[in-house]
Design a binder for this molecule. Structure first.
Ligand SMILES: Nc1ncnc2c1ncn2[C@@H]1O[C@H](COP(=O)(O)OP(=O)(O)O)[C@@H](O)[C@H]1O
Ligand SMILES: [Mg+2]
Length: 434
């Protein structure tokens, strides 16, 4: 845009504008480099020309499916090295990992690993009975950087890949910055307001799509197809887009014109369309108690609040809870039915820092059962993030750093994931219940 001719700009203002453009350009370029790397775009494009089967292991989100070598697959089944059982299993399933098209040595991908685990009785299908409702996890804390997106994506991929039951999981990204979307769907252009996919904002802000939002059948169809497939066949994502901030404006307008309007209603209607398609919906939220975040608080059955173990984080989480206390009275007036669970999740705990361990201990003592297992600070979590992955997206043998760093991050995060499986089992009354 040529503002220069229209406004009487000072030299300093023009310079500032140029610096801002240059900075924005730099960050755009960096993001593109990371996305391209995560998608193997360049490699794939050149390979595809010579070998049409080159993308045989590429999932619908453009990422490769996680692969397991023989040692890793034996570990998955709890079998000893040298055991013949795995060889017999793959033969019976008609798989041929020794000649796999996507690995040098013996390799299976996630889909085949699931087949093998199912055949071995270590992965059960899950079908909800009538009384078992879809669980909706709201991940919230006003503080930016408290670990919401890391928790959302870790939970989503961890539960999708590591649960003993095959839950159907969805992530709804309510943060228009779209960090969760970028990690789970790197092939979607979150920062492009005109990108050609349906974002959560498109479904909530009437008029953004050329559909009749009041036509229930048409709306349901559009909502269902907006959930995009990932590199785990039981995990889908409803992506965010930078333009989703429009929802705040729409809510203000509607509230003025329609006294019965409340900002949670559009999100509640959206979720009604898909609650039979999924067992668990995980909602990542923005760092602001705005209309969309309030809506997330309203529709959730479980609330998870990540917090880091520092005095600043404890203080700001206290302020967030103070705001939520007032908000909750309003939600009660709108008929909120109460949460199944409200849990604080100590996040990015540095086990070598005595002050962090002390804060974590005091949280545990003071809040008792309202605190979950912690998520440790981990180089592997940061490092896999750099490639737009979570630690569950890759096997230790494919990790770019030391295998053992990835392995220990996975096993410590698994303790957390298992504790969340217990919360879900409780909700659906699986296992022993009196
Ligand atoms: N357990 C962890 N170990 C290492 N780094 C972490 C961990 N949890 C979060 N981080 C890092 O902290 C930063 C902020 O986390 P993020 O999940 O994006 O927070 P939020 O969504 O609340 O803004 C990210 O760079 C992320 O990689
Ligand atoms: Mg975030």
């Amino acid at each position: 845009m040529d503002l220069n001719g229209k406004l009487n700009l000072t030299e300093k203002a023009i310079k500032s504008r140029n610096i801002i453009s240059a900075l924005a350009g730099y960050f755009r370029q960096q993001s593109k480099l990371v996305t391209d790397r995560a998608l193997f775009v360049n490699e794939l494009a050149s390979e595809r020309e010579s070998n049409p089967e080159a993308d045989v292991n590429i999932a619908p989100n453009g990422k490769p499916y996680r692969t397991y070598n023989k040692t890793e697959m034996l570990k998955e089944l709890g079998l000893q090295r040298g055991s013949r059982q795995l060889d017999n299993l793959v033969k019976r399933l008609g798989l041929d990992p020794a000649n796999s098209p996507y690995g040098g040595q013996w390799t299976v991908n996630l889909l085949e690993r699931n087949q093998i685990k199912e055949a071995y009785g270590l992965l059960e299908p899950f079908e909800r009975a009538g009384g078992q409702k879809c669980a909706i996890f709201g991940i919230s804390n006003l503080k930016g950087g408290s670990g919401k997106t890391t928790l959302s994506t870790l939970l989503a991929t961890g539960l999708a890949i590591e649960s003993r039951r095959k839950f159907r999981i969805a992530v709804i990204d309510l943060d228009p910055q779209g960090t969760a979307t970028r990690i789970l769907l790197p092939n979607v252009e979150v920062g492009n307001g005109n990108a050609d996919y349906v974002s959560v904002g498109d479904l909530l802000v009437e008029e953004r799509l050329e559909i009749d939002y009041s036509d229930d059948e048409q709306y349901k169809e559009v909502v269902r197809s907006a959930f995009l497939e990932t590199n785990a066949d039981n995990l889908k994502v409803l992506p965010a887009n930078i333009a989703d901030t429009d929802f705040e404006l729409q809510s203000k307008h509607k509230a003025i014109n329609d006294r019965s309007y409340a900002s949670f209603k559009p999100l509640q209607r959206l979720i009604t369309q898909i609650e039979d398609d999924f067992d668990l919906i995980i909602i990542d939220t923005p760092p602001a108690l705005n209309e969309i975040c309030i809506a997330a608080h309203f529709v959730s059955t479980h609330l998870f609040i990540p917090l880091r173990a520092s005095e600043n984080d404890r203080d700001s989480t206290g302020k967030y809870l103070g705001g939520f206390e007032m908000l909750y009275d309003l939600m009660l007036a709108y008929g909120h039915q109460g949460y199944e669970e409200i849990k604080l999740v100590p996040t990015a705990i540095d086990r070598r820092s005595s002050s962090e361990l002390e804060v974590e201990q005091s949280l545990r003592l003071g809040l008792m059962s309202y605190v979950t297992e912690s998520i440790a600070a981990s180089e592997a979590i940061k490092n896999t993030n750099k490639d737009l992955n979570t630690i569950f997206d890759i096997s230790p043998s494919c990790y770019s750093g030391k295998n053992s760093t990835c392995e220990s991050a996975q096993s410590s995060s698994l303790v957390f994931i298992r504790s969340i499986e217990v919360i879900l089992s409780n909700y659906w009354k699986l296992g022993v219940h009196i």
